[in-house]
Design a protein around this ligand. Sequence first.
Ligand SMILES: NC(=O)c1ccc[n+]([C@@H]2O[C@H](COP(=O)([O-])OP(=O)(O)OC[C@H]3O[C@@H](n4cnc5c(N)ncnc54)[C@H](OP(=O)(O)O)[C@@H]3O)[C@@H](O)[C@H]2O)c1
Length: 382
Amino acid sequence: MQYRTFGCLDWKPSALGFGAMRLPVLDGDPKRIDEEQATAMLQLAIDGGVNYVDTAYPYHGGTGEVFIGKALEGGNRSKVRLATKLPCWLVTGADDFERYLDEQLARLCTESIDCYLLHSLSKGTWSKVRDLGVLDWAERAKADGRIQHLGFSFHDSYPVFQEIIDAYDNWDFCQIQYNYMDIEQQAGRRGLQYAAAKGLGVVVMEPIRGGHLANPPDPIKMLWSQAENPRSPADWALQWVWDQAEVSLVLSGMSTLAQVQENLTSAERSQIGSLSNEEQALIAQACEKYRTMSPVPCTGCGYCQPCPQGVRIPAVLELYNEAIMYNTAIRSRFVYANWFRPEGKADRCTRCGQCLEHCPQAIPIPQWLEKAQRFLSGEEVR
Ligand SMILES: NC(=O)c1ccc[n+]([C@@H]2O[C@H](COP(=O)([O-])OP(=O)(O)OC[C@H]3O[C@@H](n4cnc5c(N)ncnc54)[C@H](OP(=O)(O)O)[C@@H]3O)[C@@H](O)[C@H]2O)c1
């Protein structure tokens, strides 16, 4: 295993961290973790030198922390830094900070959380927990030893990211979504560099874009086949992140023993600045190719919103684009069926045309919504 640096802390994180959000489950039920398989995966990772485990209050419908607590008993707890997160969106009053932390310590069978994050901060959740005094509360929890280090995970735009970093001098670390398709999205490369320059450890999540980059369509496979050093698509994605000095560690939410083994092997070969100019150029080409495969030239600017019928136009078009680009029709249809509220779906479009007046890209939105609806509902294959 390769070890890196973690902001200002005197500790060397393993290049690969164990993300516990996508553990194998029984009968397709996210709450029923396949404990035998998941324990073997965690053990393999720790034996391979992984020293950071990331979970959160809602993972696996609340059973994730309990599983991790059990799996780290018997000697493994002291081998890793354990990270979990305050579910900020569930917080309704200042008492909740204490209540969730105590519940999490019990679930995780530990007296102290090494790395505690404010989970999934966005403009709204940040201002809510900040105004409820989360930072003063966290300082007290650090002083009494229940939290060792404080950070936050993030899903919003760069200006919000910068605002959060600048609002507090004692952040130890942050966690951002970062991969070769998301250089400009969310915190992005600017955020990575800003946080690292301020002395924070930066944990990267979704390095394989939640698995999207692991199973590419043929044009991308063709590109990878041109490389002098053959690599799997997952390895390309991981090495691209590890190549960058500002990254402290890369979390992967592995789902099988084989993925743990493969990613351990990748981590072993990782180095800052190890990708050649030709390899960097090939990744840039892959990125460009993916973008040309996106059918709708929507930039997500949101000028089309609000739709009088409530259709979440940018979200529908993004899901449709991703399904085509990343070859993930089944997953996208699942998301559309289960996670999209009916009132935001494309079939609510009445073709009133209001969006057409506002779209700076002159996209024929109603036509695309109709196509996206047919595809995402499974009526039409392409
Ligand atoms: N704080 C937050 O807001 C937040 C949000 C997201 C994630 N996270 C954390 O960050 C962790 C990492 O994010 P992520 O799970 O999205 O990471 P990821 O590595 O981008 O995606 C994980 C998925 O990639 C695929 N994969 C991984 N290794 C592979 C390999 N060697 N070959 C082929 N496919 C491979 C698997 O997909 P298949 O299962 O389809 O095979 C796996 O489920 C999470 O587990 C979680 O702990 C936090």
